[in-house]
Design a protein around this ligand. Structure first.
Ligand code: G1P
Length: 289
């Protein structure tokens, strides 16, 4: 079964980006000239996704509006003969892609957000992308590779990245199987935000997942943790009792745009990738070095 559907949980408050996120959804904060979530949506579309399910909150209409057509703006750009801009805003979502929204009625965590999309997913395999994290793959789109691995092995796939030991308590951490002293890509265990002295490794889950639909069974069974949230990582740990889950090591860079420094790094990185802006940015950086 081909993987064509993706869930993007966008209902969170974004407390790490306050005060900006008080009135702008954190997913709409701009990197160069596009909101953060646009990068993640384009990554999904490039990987072959044709149905994007936004799990959202009533205060986050700006996200839906961004992905919708705006007839008034299109007419204005047409009238002013700004055809380049017109093409850009008309084709944010290609015609073959559908955007669906479902609500997360209560802030009960990432696992609960994924569960809110269950009826739209049905019995299909699906992708989850966390829109705080920008992934810039160094070669082929990493998500596309995860989908290929999924289709080949019919096993859920989790993207992981090696992080500094002092950061393991900010992530879900995986334990990999060892064969003849070498790590295989089979995950043997997962734990959400462990203290460094209890972490099974420094391999962190970085916000890209491909799941079999059986994950929903374990999300229904998952108990809220001490902060009252249902963790996706806990459901994955239970899924392991029934099915294989494999790790895919990130090739490229990630930027955590939910944190101030990650967001600033993302702006610099993506500006340097732009032919129309990189020289000016380099000139500026030279003046402040
Ligand atoms: C979530 C997940 C965690 C994962 C992280 C990646 O945590 O629960 O397992 O490692 O995203 O960004 P959050 O950052 O939402 O607290």
């Amino acid at each position: 079964m081909a993987v064509k559907k993706a869930i993007l949980p966008v209902a969170g408050f974004g407390t790490r980006l306050l005060p900006a996120s008080k009135s702008i959804p954190k997913e709409m904060i701009t990197v160069v000239d596009r909101p953060v979530i646009d990068y993640v949506v384009q990554e999904a579309i490039e990987a072959g996704i044709d149905t994007l399910i936004l799990v959202t909150h009533p205060a986050k209409h700006a996200i839906e509006n961004y992905f919708d057509r705006d007839a008034e703006l299109e007419a204005l750009l047409e009238k002013k003969k700004k055809y380049d801009l017109l093409q850009q805003i008309k084709h944010i979502i290609p015609e073959h892609v559908t955007v669906v929204t479902v609500r997360q009625p209560e802030p009960l965590g990432l696992g609960h957000a994924v569960l809110c999309a269950e009826k739209v997913i049905g019995n299909d395999p699906f992708v989850v992308l966390l829109p705080d994290v920008l992934v810039d793959s160094s070669d082929k789109n990493n998500l596309a590779q995860m989908i290929e691995q999924f289709e080949q092995h019919q096993a859920s796939q989790i993207m992981v990245e090696d992080v500094a030991p002092e950061c393991v308590d900010k992530y879900g951490i995986v334990r990999l199987e060892e064969v003849d002293g070498q790590h295989s890509n089979n995950i043997l265990g997962l734990v959400e935000k462990p203290p460094v002295n209890e972490a099974p490794s420094t391999l962190a889950i970085v916000g890209r997942y491909v799941f079999t639909p059986e994950i929903f069974k374990y999300l229904h069974l998952a108990q809220a943790d001490k902060s009252g949230e249902i963790q996706l990582t806990d459901a994955m740990a239970q899924l392991l009792t029934e099915q294989k889950i494999q790790a895919v090591t990130l090739k490229g860079e990630t930027y955590d745009c939910g944190s101030k420094i990650g967001y600033i790094q993302a702006i610099i990185h993506y500006t340097l990738k732009r032919d129309d802006l990189n020289t000016q940015l380099m000139d500026f950086l030279d003046t402040i070095k």
